[in-house]
Design a protein around this ligand. Structure first.
Ligand code: AMP
Ligand code: FES
Ligand code: ZN
Ligand code: ZN
Length: 329
């Protein structure tokens, strides 16, 4: 670099825009794009994430990770013979949600992927800030609970074979380590590349399992994918244990390129062991028949406490009506 010479791509004459140290490659835009797509393809293959003929519901938040997810999956879907439908949940968090919805709509239009839009206001007559204020629980926990419920409901009602989530390597590894440190081994089983479909629970797949945060961001940037620039006003990036672990993992990765991917693969190999540790019984919620470890699901419990009525069953019927139109697309 001292001579000021621009480094060339390992595969062509174009200038390299990034160095992938663990693969010992310098890549131009075109070859980085191919590199990421091939990695996602190999992840699908390695862990058996999708079968030919499947319909996959891709959960799109408006952010860069799930934009990269939708782009790579819709590109690979032709070659692998599956279909994608996108789902965006409008949580009603002021300007942030408006922008996120706009980004999701633009993205799906550009990629010609059908989009299912569910809005909390339409389904519950309240938005996330009101639910958070009334429940007195941390925003992210209420948000996560509502999203999980709506994603699973939409997937069941649409009859898709899997839900794809945008979690990548740097989202998952810190939680895997945290669960290990706390010896919550069962918790690790939910952080692998996939969870299986069980009766009323549609399996989740994580095709970005072996893609890092910076790779996902660079891919979205290179492709010029529409993404929301604002961060969620509830987001807190501080000194949480996960943050400390994330920076520790990155320190090791800098010294030993390939460490994070090797770690993720080792966890995936032992996922059956972690699943046995989980030993969770899955029951059906008394009110809405959605999966729960107890008798009443978390969504019905929350809405009963905050809105005075368990809303799961009402929400399911509304989602079913909204989706009736999409099904025929
Ligand atoms: P998070 O829980 O915010 O870390 O997001 C994890 C994954 O959930 C994202 O990569 C998306 O696949 C999905 N997701 C998050 N927010 C939304 C949303 N508003 N609508 C649909 N899917 C979402
Ligand atoms: Fe869920 Fe911010 S997007 S709390
Ligand atoms: Zn090149
Ligand atoms: Zn319920």
């Amino acid at each position: 670099m001292g001579s000021g010479k621009v480094l060339k791509c390992s595969f062509c004459e174009e200038p390299a825009i990034t160095v992938v140290r663990y693969a010992k490659l310098r890549l131009c835009k075109k070859h980085f794009t191919e590199f990421v797509q091939r990695r996602v393809l190999k992840t699908i293959d390695r862990y058996g994430l999708v079968d030919r003929g499947w319909r996959v519901l891709v959960a799109v938040s408006g952010g860069k990770d799930s934009a990269t997810l939708l782009h790579t999956l819709s590109t690979l879907s032709k070659e692998l013979g599956f279909e994608v439908t996108a789902l965006h949940i409008d949580l009603g968090i002021g300007k942030y949600s408006e922008k996120a919805k706009e980004a999701a709509e633009k993205l799906c239009k550009a990629l010609e992927v059908p989009l299912v839009l569910l809005s909390l206001r339409e389904l519950l007559s309240v938005e996330l800030p009101e639910l958070v204020a009334k429940s007195k629980r941390p925003a992210c926990s209420v948000c996560g609970l509502v999203k999980r419920y709506l994603i699973n409901t939409a997937a069941l009602e649409l009859g898709v074979q899997a839900v794809a989530l945008g979690h990548h390597l740097d989202d998952l590894l810190p939680y895997i380590v945290k669960n290990f440190v706390l010896q919550n081994l069962g918790g690790i089983s939910k952080l692998g590349p996939k969870t299986e479909t069980e009766e009323v629970f549609v399996g989740r797949i994580r095709p970005l399992y072996e893609i890092s945060e910076s790779e996902a961001a660079l891919y979205a940037h290179i492709q010029g994918l529409p993404v929301v620039e604002e961060v969620c006003p509830y987001a807190v990036r501080g000194e949480s244990l996960e943050e400390e672990i994330r920076s520790f993992l990155n320190t090791v990765e800098a010294k030993r390129p390939g460490f994070k991917v090797a770690f993720a693969r080792a966890v995936a190999k032992n996922i059956e062991f972690y699943r046995e540790e989980a030993e969770e019984s899955i029951n059906k919620c008394e009110y809405c028949e959605m999966p729960t470890a107890s008798n009443i699901c978390a969504f019905c419990k929350l809405t009963a406490r905050v809105l005075g009525k368990p809303m799961g069953s009402d929400v399911r019927s509304k989602v079913r009506r909204i989706l009736a139109e999409v099904k025929t697309l």
